[in-house]
Design a protein around this ligand. Structure first.
Ligand SMILES: Nc1ncnc2c1ncn2[C@@H]1O[C@H](COP(=O)(O)OP(=O)(O)OP(=O)(O)O)[C@@H](O)[C@H]1O
Ligand SMILES: [Mg+2]
Length: 237
Protein backbone atom coordinates (compact mmCIF):
# COMPACT_ATOMS: atom_id res chain seq x y z
CA UNK A 1 0.00 0.00 0.00
CA UNK A 2 2.83 2.37 0.93
CA UNK A 3 6.34 1.77 -0.35
CA UNK A 4 9.06 4.11 0.81
CA UNK A 5 12.56 3.69 -0.61
CA UNK A 6 15.65 5.59 0.55
CA UNK A 7 13.65 8.59 1.70
CA UNK A 8 15.69 11.63 2.76
CA UNK A 9 14.63 15.05 3.98
CA UNK A 10 17.15 17.76 4.71
CA UNK A 11 16.38 21.15 6.20
CA UNK A 12 19.51 23.03 5.15
CA UNK A 13 22.36 20.84 6.36
CA UNK A 14 20.21 19.06 8.91
CA UNK A 15 19.02 15.60 7.98
CA UNK A 16 15.54 15.08 9.48
CA UNK A 17 14.83 11.83 7.60
CA UNK A 18 17.85 9.74 6.74
CA UNK A 19 17.61 7.04 4.08
CA UNK A 20 14.37 5.55 5.33
CA UNK A 21 12.92 2.50 3.58
CA UNK A 22 9.65 0.97 4.68
CA UNK A 23 6.71 -0.99 3.29
CA UNK A 24 3.30 -0.69 4.88
CA UNK A 25 0.74 -3.25 3.86
CA UNK A 26 -2.89 -2.74 3.02
CA UNK A 27 -5.12 -2.92 6.09
CA UNK A 28 -2.23 -2.58 8.48
CA UNK A 29 -2.15 -0.31 11.52
CA UNK A 30 1.43 0.89 11.62
CA UNK A 31 2.73 2.87 14.60
CA UNK A 32 5.71 5.15 14.15
CA UNK A 33 7.53 5.76 17.41
CA UNK A 34 10.57 7.79 18.39
CA UNK A 35 11.78 10.50 20.74
CA UNK A 36 11.00 14.18 20.13
CA UNK A 37 12.65 15.30 16.91
CA UNK A 38 13.21 11.75 15.59
CA UNK A 39 11.58 12.61 12.26
CA UNK A 40 8.10 11.09 12.59
CA UNK A 41 6.02 14.14 11.66
CA UNK A 42 8.39 14.98 8.83
CA UNK A 43 8.05 11.46 7.41
CA UNK A 44 4.27 11.43 7.49
CA UNK A 45 4.14 15.01 6.24
CA UNK A 46 6.00 13.82 3.14
CA UNK A 47 3.58 10.91 2.67
CA UNK A 48 0.59 13.21 2.42
CA UNK A 49 2.30 15.83 0.29
CA UNK A 50 2.60 18.54 2.94
CA UNK A 51 6.40 18.45 3.04
CA UNK A 52 8.60 18.12 -0.03
CA UNK A 53 11.15 15.32 0.20
CA UNK A 54 14.80 15.85 -0.69
CA UNK A 55 15.28 12.44 -2.33
CA UNK A 56 13.95 8.90 -2.42
CA UNK A 57 10.89 7.21 -3.87
CA UNK A 58 7.42 7.00 -2.39
CA UNK A 59 4.63 4.88 -3.88
CA UNK A 60 1.19 5.12 -2.31
CA UNK A 61 -1.52 2.82 -3.60
CA UNK A 62 0.78 2.24 -6.60
CA UNK A 63 0.92 5.94 -7.36
CA UNK A 64 4.18 7.84 -7.44
CA UNK A 65 4.35 10.83 -5.11
CA UNK A 66 6.48 12.75 -7.62
CA UNK A 67 4.00 12.53 -10.47
CA UNK A 68 0.59 11.61 -9.05
CA UNK A 69 0.26 13.75 -5.94
CA UNK A 70 -3.25 14.93 -6.77
CA UNK A 71 -4.51 11.35 -7.03
CA UNK A 72 -2.71 10.42 -3.82
CA UNK A 73 -4.29 13.32 -1.95
CA UNK A 74 -7.72 11.84 -2.66
CA UNK A 75 -6.92 8.60 -0.90
CA UNK A 76 -4.87 9.88 2.02
CA UNK A 77 -6.01 12.02 4.89
CA UNK A 78 -4.08 13.35 7.82
CA UNK A 79 -4.88 14.51 11.30
CA UNK A 80 -1.85 16.69 11.96
CA UNK A 81 0.02 17.17 15.21
CA UNK A 82 -0.91 20.85 15.12
CA UNK A 83 -4.59 20.73 14.34
CA UNK A 84 -6.04 21.93 11.05
CA UNK A 85 -9.18 23.36 12.60
CA UNK A 86 -10.66 26.68 11.48
CA UNK A 87 -11.06 28.48 14.83
CA UNK A 88 -13.93 30.75 13.76
CA UNK A 89 -16.10 27.97 12.40
CA UNK A 90 -18.27 25.77 14.60
CA UNK A 91 -17.66 22.06 15.09
CA UNK A 92 -20.38 21.29 12.56
CA UNK A 93 -19.02 23.79 10.03
CA UNK A 94 -15.46 22.48 10.29
CA UNK A 95 -16.69 18.96 9.55
CA UNK A 96 -19.02 20.18 6.82
CA UNK A 97 -16.20 22.08 5.13
CA UNK A 98 -13.93 19.04 4.97
CA UNK A 99 -16.74 16.67 3.98
CA UNK A 100 -17.76 19.00 1.15
CA UNK A 101 -14.18 19.32 -0.08
CA UNK A 102 -14.12 15.55 -0.41
CA UNK A 103 -17.47 15.44 -2.16
CA UNK A 104 -19.57 14.18 0.72
CA UNK A 105 -22.79 15.99 1.28
CA UNK A 106 -24.55 13.88 3.88
CA UNK A 107 -25.53 15.95 6.92
CA UNK A 108 -26.40 12.72 8.68
CA UNK A 109 -22.82 11.55 8.36
CA UNK A 110 -21.64 14.80 9.99
CA UNK A 111 -24.03 14.35 12.92
CA UNK A 112 -22.99 10.69 13.25
CA UNK A 113 -19.34 11.68 13.37
CA UNK A 114 -20.02 14.37 15.97
CA UNK A 115 -21.74 11.74 18.08
CA UNK A 116 -18.97 9.21 17.53
CA UNK A 117 -16.52 11.71 19.03
CA UNK A 118 -18.88 12.77 21.85
CA UNK A 119 -19.05 16.38 20.69
CA UNK A 120 -22.86 16.66 20.46
CA UNK A 121 -23.04 19.46 23.00
CA UNK A 122 -20.47 21.42 21.01
CA UNK A 123 -22.06 21.01 17.57
CA UNK A 124 -22.71 24.73 17.15
CA UNK A 125 -19.86 26.05 19.28
CA UNK A 126 -16.93 27.86 17.62
CA UNK A 127 -13.89 25.60 17.45
CA UNK A 128 -11.72 28.19 19.22
CA UNK A 129 -13.90 27.76 22.29
CA UNK A 130 -13.22 24.02 22.59
CA UNK A 131 -10.84 22.55 25.16
CA UNK A 132 -7.53 21.08 23.97
CA UNK A 133 -8.80 17.50 24.02
CA UNK A 134 -12.04 18.47 22.28
CA UNK A 135 -10.03 20.18 19.53
CA UNK A 136 -7.95 17.04 19.12
CA UNK A 137 -11.12 14.95 18.82
CA UNK A 138 -12.51 17.33 16.20
CA UNK A 139 -9.23 17.19 14.30
CA UNK A 140 -9.30 13.38 14.17
CA UNK A 141 -13.00 13.45 13.24
CA UNK A 142 -12.13 15.74 10.32
CA UNK A 143 -9.61 13.21 9.04
CA UNK A 144 -12.00 10.29 9.42
CA UNK A 145 -15.11 11.86 7.89
CA UNK A 146 -13.52 11.80 4.43
CA UNK A 147 -13.40 7.96 4.42
CA UNK A 148 -9.74 7.87 3.34
CA UNK A 149 -8.10 4.67 2.10
CA UNK A 150 -5.08 5.66 4.13
CA UNK A 151 -5.47 7.50 7.39
CA UNK A 152 -2.51 9.21 9.01
CA UNK A 153 -2.80 10.29 12.63
CA UNK A 154 -0.02 12.33 14.21
CA UNK A 155 -0.31 11.89 17.98
CA UNK A 156 -4.09 11.45 17.84
CA UNK A 157 -4.58 10.91 21.56
CA UNK A 158 -2.28 13.65 22.88
CA UNK A 159 -4.08 15.45 25.69
CA UNK A 160 -7.15 13.23 25.65
CA UNK A 161 -8.67 12.08 28.92
CA UNK A 162 -8.69 8.34 29.62
CA UNK A 163 -12.29 7.88 28.49
CA UNK A 164 -11.78 9.79 25.23
CA UNK A 165 -8.53 7.93 24.55
CA UNK A 166 -10.12 4.51 25.00
CA UNK A 167 -13.01 5.59 22.80
CA UNK A 168 -10.65 6.72 20.08
CA UNK A 169 -8.82 3.39 20.31
CA UNK A 170 -12.13 1.64 19.63
CA UNK A 171 -12.80 3.94 16.67
CA UNK A 172 -9.32 3.23 15.28
CA UNK A 173 -9.79 -0.52 15.73
CA UNK A 174 -13.08 -0.40 13.84
CA UNK A 175 -11.61 1.73 11.06
CA UNK A 176 -8.67 -0.65 10.78
CA UNK A 177 -11.00 -3.24 9.27
CA UNK A 178 -11.31 -1.12 6.13
CA UNK A 179 -8.45 1.40 6.25
CA UNK A 180 -4.68 1.42 6.29
CA UNK A 181 -3.63 3.51 9.28
CA UNK A 182 -0.33 5.10 10.23
CA UNK A 183 -0.17 6.71 13.62
CA UNK A 184 2.50 8.27 15.76
CA UNK A 185 2.37 8.30 19.51
CA UNK A 186 4.52 8.72 22.59
CA UNK A 187 2.34 6.24 24.47
CA UNK A 188 3.96 2.86 24.01
CA UNK A 189 0.88 1.06 25.32
CA UNK A 190 -1.11 2.72 22.56
CA UNK A 191 1.16 1.29 19.90
CA UNK A 192 1.01 -2.08 21.62
CA UNK A 193 -2.79 -2.00 21.76
CA UNK A 194 -3.44 -0.83 18.22
CA UNK A 195 -0.57 -1.58 15.87
CA UNK A 196 0.10 -4.71 13.86
CA UNK A 197 3.65 -3.48 13.34
CA UNK A 198 5.76 -0.79 14.90
CA UNK A 199 8.59 1.29 13.44
CA UNK A 200 11.03 3.05 15.74
CA UNK A 201 12.83 6.15 14.46
CA UNK A 202 15.90 7.80 15.95
CA UNK A 203 17.78 10.74 14.49
CA UNK A 204 15.93 10.45 11.19
CA UNK A 205 16.70 6.76 10.77
CA UNK A 206 14.40 3.79 11.09
CA UNK A 207 16.21 1.78 13.77
CA UNK A 208 13.69 -1.04 14.14
CA UNK A 209 10.58 -2.43 12.46
CA UNK A 210 8.47 -5.38 13.48
CA UNK A 211 5.74 -6.60 15.74
CA UNK A 212 6.02 -5.78 19.42
CA UNK A 213 7.20 -9.34 20.09
CA UNK A 214 9.78 -9.22 17.32
CA UNK A 215 11.24 -5.96 18.60
CA UNK A 216 11.50 -7.34 22.13
CA UNK A 217 13.19 -10.50 20.85
CA UNK A 218 15.57 -8.61 18.56
CA UNK A 219 16.74 -6.31 21.35
CA UNK A 220 16.94 -9.20 23.84
CA UNK A 221 14.84 -7.27 26.33
CA UNK A 222 11.95 -8.28 28.57
CA UNK A 223 9.31 -5.71 27.67
CA UNK A 224 8.46 -3.24 24.98
CA UNK A 225 9.58 -0.14 26.87
CA UNK A 226 13.08 -1.58 27.29
CA UNK A 227 13.11 -2.60 23.63
CA UNK A 228 12.15 0.92 22.61
CA UNK A 229 14.78 2.53 24.85
CA UNK A 230 17.48 0.17 23.59
CA UNK A 231 16.66 0.86 19.96
CA UNK A 232 16.70 4.63 20.44
CA UNK A 233 19.88 4.55 22.58
CA UNK A 234 21.83 2.41 20.15
CA UNK A 235 21.42 5.06 17.51
CA UNK A 236 23.10 7.66 19.76
CA UNK A 237 26.34 5.70 19.87
N1 LIG B 1 10.61 23.24 8.81
C1 LIG B 1 11.70 22.81 9.46
N2 LIG B 1 12.88 23.47 9.37
C2 LIG B 1 13.98 23.03 10.00
N3 LIG B 1 14.03 21.92 10.77
C3 LIG B 1 12.90 21.22 10.89
C4 LIG B 1 11.67 21.62 10.26
N4 LIG B 1 10.71 20.72 10.57
C5 LIG B 1 11.31 19.82 11.37
N5 LIG B 1 12.61 20.10 11.57
C6 LIG B 1 13.56 19.34 12.38
O1 LIG B 1 13.52 17.99 11.97
C7 LIG B 1 13.61 17.13 13.10
C8 LIG B 1 12.46 16.15 13.06
O2 LIG B 1 11.25 16.85 13.35
P1 LIG B 1 9.85 16.10 13.41
O3 LIG B 1 8.81 17.11 13.61
O4 LIG B 1 9.74 15.20 12.25
O5 LIG B 1 10.04 15.22 14.73
P2 LIG B 1 9.01 14.24 15.45
O6 LIG B 1 9.63 12.88 15.46
O7 LIG B 1 7.67 14.38 14.88
O8 LIG B 1 9.07 14.80 16.95
P3 LIG B 1 7.89 15.01 18.05
O9 LIG B 1 7.76 13.70 18.77
O10 LIG B 1 8.46 16.05 18.95
O11 LIG B 1 6.65 15.44 17.36
C9 LIG B 1 13.65 18.02 14.33
O12 LIG B 1 14.97 18.12 14.78
C10 LIG B 1 13.13 19.35 13.84
O13 LIG B 1 13.73 20.42 14.52
MG1 LIG C 1 5.89 15.11 15.56
Amino acid sequence: MIQIQNLCKRFGNFCAVNNLSLHIKKGEVFALLGLNGAGKSTTIGILCGLIEKTSGTVLIDNKNLDTQLEAIKKSVNLSPQETAIAPNLTVFENLELIATLYGQKSQEKIFDTIKQFSLQEKTNVLAKKLSGGQKRRLSVAMAIITNPKILILDEPTLGLDIKARKKLWEIIKTLAQTTTIILTTHYLEEAEALANRIGVMANGKLVGVGTRTELIARTKTQNFEDAFLKLTEESDE
